[in-house]
Design a protein around this ligand. Sequence first.
Ligand code: ADP
Length: 724
Amino acid sequence: MFLVAAAASPAAGREGPRRVLLIHSFGRDFSPFAEVAARFRTRLAERSPEPVEFIDAPLEMGRFDGGDRDAPLLDFLRAIYRDGAPDLIVPVGAPAAMFAMRHREGFFPDAPVLLLSADKRRMEGIDRGPSVTSVGIEMNLAAILANVTDLLPETGHVYYVGGTSPMEKFWDAELRREWSRHEGQKRFHWLTDRPMSEIRTLVAELPPRSVVVVGIMNRDAAGVPHEWFSALRVIRETSSAPVFGYSMEQMGEGIVGGRLSPMTRVGETGADTAARILGGENAGAIAPVYLGISEPVYDWRELKHWGIPESSLPAGATILFREPGLWESHRTAVLLATGFIVLQSVLIGLLLAARRRARETDASLSLAADAGKIGLWRRQARGGRFVVNDRWRQIFGLPEAGSLSPEEVLERIPGEDRARVTAAIEQAARGGRDFAVEHRVIHPDGSVRWVATHGRLEPGRNGQPPGTRGASLDITELQEASATAALQRQELAHLSRISSLGVLSGALAHEINQPLGSILSNAQAAEFLLESDQPDLEELRAILADIVREDRRAGDVIKRLRALLRRGETTPQPLDANESVREVLRLTRSDLIARHVATELKLAADPPMLHADRVQLQQVLLNLILNACDAMAELPPDQRILVLETRSGGSEVILSVRDRGAGLPADPSLIFEPFHTTKEHGLGLGLAICRTLIEAHHGRLWAENNPGGGAVFHVALPLASSPS
Ligand code: ADP
């Protein structure tokens, strides 16, 4: 009876969109077919020269074993395609493929067929006939287990998590057959007949040398449907053993990795084939494609979490999601911070020496240490007792009171770092020098802090062995800020921020050096005073107060640096335009002095409030100011004048940066083009990014020439009260 419909040949002379029939093996919502089909639709709609009309027909579950049970769907399709065959038939998954092959003769025998996402093994014995091709997957069940044993050869228990739909059961059975060969060396536990709540509890307390393999989970034993990855994420959260998977799409969702099947890529590759067929190519002449497993890939975060060393990965492995270390993530910040810490520690060393000679200054000293959030320690050589301040106990997560043994303290430092710390101390002892080392400290609650420690060996008195003393500073937050900054490196906005930082690093170092210089001279003065038999305590106190103030100033510089590095989520807020300009000036002051650029402020008398993200606005103004300085670099120093203005104009606030440089090129729009630069080391991205940032704030950024020479850049942003 289907021959009637078959009379119409595909698309022959018919007007209107190309008609593609998708036959689903298990309904539209079953993973991974649902995702494969979604990608197929989207890509084909893009690639096809003509508009495409998709019709989705689900094969009822359990009805793919032939006979009369196929009849209702065939009747339905016959009704839909009464006026002519579809231009392409796309069965998704093996059951649908078999259905189509079974009825091909009677059902549109001339319509081309693309078998999508079927496993190669299931297609092998099938006679495909003419004008049929396929884009599928070559599942490799042995690889799923090999991914585990490659990394963890000692594994004794494998817990497989899967669902209960017919397809999930099919793969469950296939895996059991494939893995039964390894029954002797490992125990396999099939968590395929339990509700998710039970699976969660079970994986939370697995015996040693266990792993979890998460397969397809559309519906658990309690009948609860699960989105493709939600089951995986839930299991990863509670699992006490490493979690493995089978498909590339699970990467990043909690699996360790390995050689994986690129499931959804089948959708895209299939769409390209479909576009060729719709474009007139003969489907039968297109060779079938089966995508195999990938090269090995691993999730760095998972390797770290489960303590799997990179040395155990197979050759050629790619590691994804690597979080850069402190050093790689931000050299400048680290150098600045470390320099700052080391200098501060030296200062503390000086102050400690003073303390020995004048016990009276103790209170002021700890005030100075507290202001700098510095932990102080001294270890007497004989008996090895530690004398420490409260901050040091906090930094090391030690009890608030009670005596401390060296073992107790060293226990807080994880193994590899401990070796480095002891080596640094020993080396310092041999060379008679100070030691400085960065190391981790594990707190009793398991949290990890990064600590910079600077120490010094003290010669023992009266022939006794030397003791040690020094200072430690918690640098975790700075490190986190730097790591976050590195994660953002690929974002253009950040690229520009980093490059501004490169320019600014000199200025920041300068700003930090000033207070530090002053701290040092104060410390020297204090030391000098203490040399006298009767030190003037009033004078000493005044000196220490100065030190604390300068210390805060230096701290502020670091804070500003961190604010610039922090991850830039846009949080627009009401800002005082005048204050924003002043803030950027504070940041660039030393740079402007070094470049002999004088600044003139023409700020609105009544400070206009604008609506913008503070850091992004800073970034834009910074860029404009640095560009203006560059533009005036060739002028004699007394002519380098930078004018910063603010004013309200209607519903906007306008900030202008004016220079006396050479002015704009004949076509000023050029300078906002990405990668347009006239500077030897320029990136040509600054202005393009600034404009993007300002437009994201519903504002405008434009430039014009000054009547008296030079260029002026205007930033217009919405008034804080106006709705944006
Ligand atoms: P970069 O600074 O890396 O070159 P920008 O996007 O900041 O990138 O600037 C692009 C180009 O615009 C500069 O190379 C310069 O030629 C021009 N330009 C920017 N600001 C000024 C200015 N104030 N005066 C004259 N030309 C400018």
